[in-house]
Design a protein around this ligand. Structure first.
Ligand code: HEC
Ligand code: HEC
Ligand code: HEC
Ligand code: HEC
Ligand code: HEC
Ligand code: HEC
Length: 423
């Protein structure tokens, strides 16, 4: 490569000479080095054939067509360009945090570009001898997680690190709230991840206050796949690995493209027909059915003890949500009707600044009579209950419904169920 650059420099200089030089001709130069030097680092090929392996029209057109099938491209959440979302939901945000090694972008990015080729791709060096694919990816380094106190990095493996920079637990979404008197204060309880509490006593009390959030968001695939960061009960042995633990995300999500089903390759949807080569049949549906049944069993147990509330929509869709035991200021909700006002909600009303055009997050405490008294638990939660509620979300919002690690997923759900039954 060095010699290629040198050649370019020499010809630029020569062009300059032809236009500007009026002086006498110099002595004849030495013969140039032969072209083989240009092959250094390109696995013995010249730059033309080496670069063109990727940079040819057919390949590029195919990649673009496949990518347009991906939710990265079709999904509507690339519009999430505000400060706490842009790092994962826009190309600009991702480039900013990876280039500057930070967790949150410096501000909203109103005209951000959605996730594109250049989000994932960037050439590092051109001496491709070592790991060709890693050298065309924007990042492959271990990740400082968005939670975890932001101090340690986790290594999911080179290409997985690219995906897991976004496909991880979300972390902070806002920093300020406004109390009922209009005073702006800083959150100290958001988000709250029970798995962070090392040596926690499962039976200890914990308030689940209005405004506390333990949502992992839809992107926690890297955690389940690796078998980490669920709430783990004392004395239970968790197995973290399964048959596909040694695989990379792309072994399934960028497997061979199938033009008929339009899955595989840069569509990022796994081509399931290619799985059948080993499996001979569908492993996904039965795995998901098994985990889903356990998920519902856990949710029903949590509903019975009033940690969760069950809602059925008019269309018949069942959902479960956690019911706070305490109001925003930490006062226990009673289980019978009263006229006392409580800090029942933390309403999010962001506004847009007329001068800067940036979003000003707004979280305002609502004081009201509590109408949900019938579904309140009437006591602090136990840590084990908080863990079980968190574990429900850990599986439910992960989107693969256990396929990313059926062994760990099952244990996480079963150990929650066992603890609730025993306590
Ligand atoms: C392994 C595949 C691969 C090889 C080999 C490869 N590239 Fe690339 N190249 C990419 C990808 C992927 C991108 C990013 C796509 C984009 O910019 O939209 C890219 C981007 C580029 C860009 C930036 C284009 C732009 O619009 O910003 C240049 C310039 C480039 N490559 C030159 C080269 C040269 C020169 C070589 C050979 C020495 C080479 N590439 C070899 C895959 C490859
Ligand atoms: C810049 C952050 C980011 C990176 C890097 C990233 N993703 Fe995503 N991914 C997202 C977001 C955001 C969505 C959801 C898009 C939507 O709904 O608008 C998504 C959606 C997906 C989906 C849903 C289905 C589909 O076809 O898109 C899969 C699968 C996926 N990503 C896999 C991967 C893999 C594998 C990698 C690594 C090679 C990766 N992602 C890298 C942010 C990212
Ligand atoms: C750490 C990275 C990360 C951050 C930060 C993040 N998200 Fe996401 N989000 C993802 C990933 C990854 C997915 C894609 C999962 C999928 O659809 O496959 C996703 C999915 C979503 C979805 C659902 C998409 C769908 O198609 O179902 C919504 C809505 C969403 N995010 C909103 C937000 C908002 C609002 C913020 C900021 C407050 C935010 N996200 C911050 C990574 C992130
Ligand atoms: C979500 C991240 C992501 C996005 C977005 C993405 N790629 Fe890739 N791309 C990858 C990964 C990971 C690999 C390595 C695949 C492997 O090792 O099999 C790759 C490989 C490639 C290659 C080299 C392999 C080959 O078959 O030629 C090219 C070229 C390429 N991508 C082009 C593109 C183009 C063009 C786009 C936009 C239309 C794009 N990529 C968007 C992640 C991404
Ligand atoms: C053993 C194969 C396999 C591996 C390895 C794998 N996945 Fe998946 N993944 C799947 C399957 C199968 C689904 C379910 C797809 C479906 O329902 O269509 C899925 C679902 C997803 C989804 C949800 C898509 C949606 O929006 O419905 C995302 C995002 C995702 N995977 C990302 C990842 C990431 C990131 C990694 C690496 C940490 C990874 N996957 C590793 C097989 C795999
Ligand atoms: C190279 C062979 C191979 C390929 C390809 C492969 N698998 Fe597997 N997979 C296995 C083996 C072996 C097991 C262990 C269980 C067994 O023996 O059936 C397994 C187990 C699983 C399991 C756990 C099921 C259970 O009952 O324990 C799931 C889920 C799974 N694979 C999904 C996938 C998906 C999705 C793909 C395609 C994207 C895929 N696999 C491709 C070899 C493979």
């Amino acid at each position: 490569m060095k010699s290629l650059i040198r050649l370019l420099t020499i010809s630029a200089f020569a062009a300059f000479m032809f236009t500007a030089c009026e002086g006498p001709m110099g002595p004849a130069g030495k013969d140039g080095a032969n072209g083989t030097n240009g092959k250094d680092g390109l696995n013995g090929q010249d730059a033309n054939s080496f670069c063109v392996k990727c940079h040819n029209t057919a390949n590029w057109t195919a990649k673009e067509a496949q990518y347009q099938l991906s939710k990265h491209f079709t999904g509507n959440t690339s519009a999430r360009n505000t400060k706490y979302c842009a790092r994962c939901h826009t190309s600009d945000g991702f480039q900013e945090i990876t280039a500057q090694n930070k967790y949150v972008v410096s501000n909203d990015i109103p005209n951000a570009v959605r996730i594109t080729c250049k989000t994932c791709h960037q050439h590092s060096v051109f001496d491709f001898a070592e790991d060709t694919m890693a050298q065309i990816l924007r990042t492959t380094t271990p990740i400082p997680l968005n939670y975890n106190g932001n101090t340690t990095t986790t290594d999911f493996g080179p290409i997985n690190n690219l995906c897991a920079t976004c496909h991880q637990i979300r972390g902070v979404t806002s920093v300020n709230w406004t109390d009922s008197l209009g005073v702006i204060k800083t959150f100290n309880q958001l988000p709250f991840f029970p798995f962070n509490k090392a040596g926690q006593d499962d039976k200890a009390d914990v308030k689940f206050q209005v405004g506390v959030n333990f949502s992992v968001h839809d992107g926690n695939q890297s955690n389940l796949f690796t078998g980490i960061n669920a709430y783990e009960y004392a004395g239970v042995n968790y197995v973290r690995t399964w048959k596909h633990s040694a695989n990379d995300c792309i072994d399934c999500h960028m497997n061979e493209y199938n033009a008929t089903t339009k899955r595989g390759g840069h569509s990022l949807w796994p081509n399931e027909e290619a799985c059948a080569a080993c499996h001979g049949g569908d492993k996904i549906t039965p795995t998901q059915a098994l985990i889903d049944a356990k998920r519902i069993e856990l949710a029903e147990l949590l509903t019975t003890r009033k940690v969760f509330k069950k809602t059925t929509s008019t269309a018949g869709v069942v959902s479960y949500s956690a019911v706070p035991s305490h109001d925003f200021y930490g006062t226990l909700f009673p289980t019978t009707e009263t006229t006392t006002k409580f800090a029942t909600a933390l309403a999010s009303n962001p506004t847009v600044s007329p001068t800067t055009g940036l979003v000003i997050p707004g979280n305002k405490v609502t004081m009201a009579v509590d109408k949900d008294f019938a579904t309140r638990i009437g006591r602090p939660w136990k840590y084990g209950e908080m863990g079980a509620a968190y574990n429900y979300g850990y599986i439910n919002s992960e989107l693969s419904m256990g396929v990313h690690n059926p062994v760990y997923a099952l244990k996480v759900l079963q150990s929650s169920i066992d603890w609730l039954k025993a306590n």
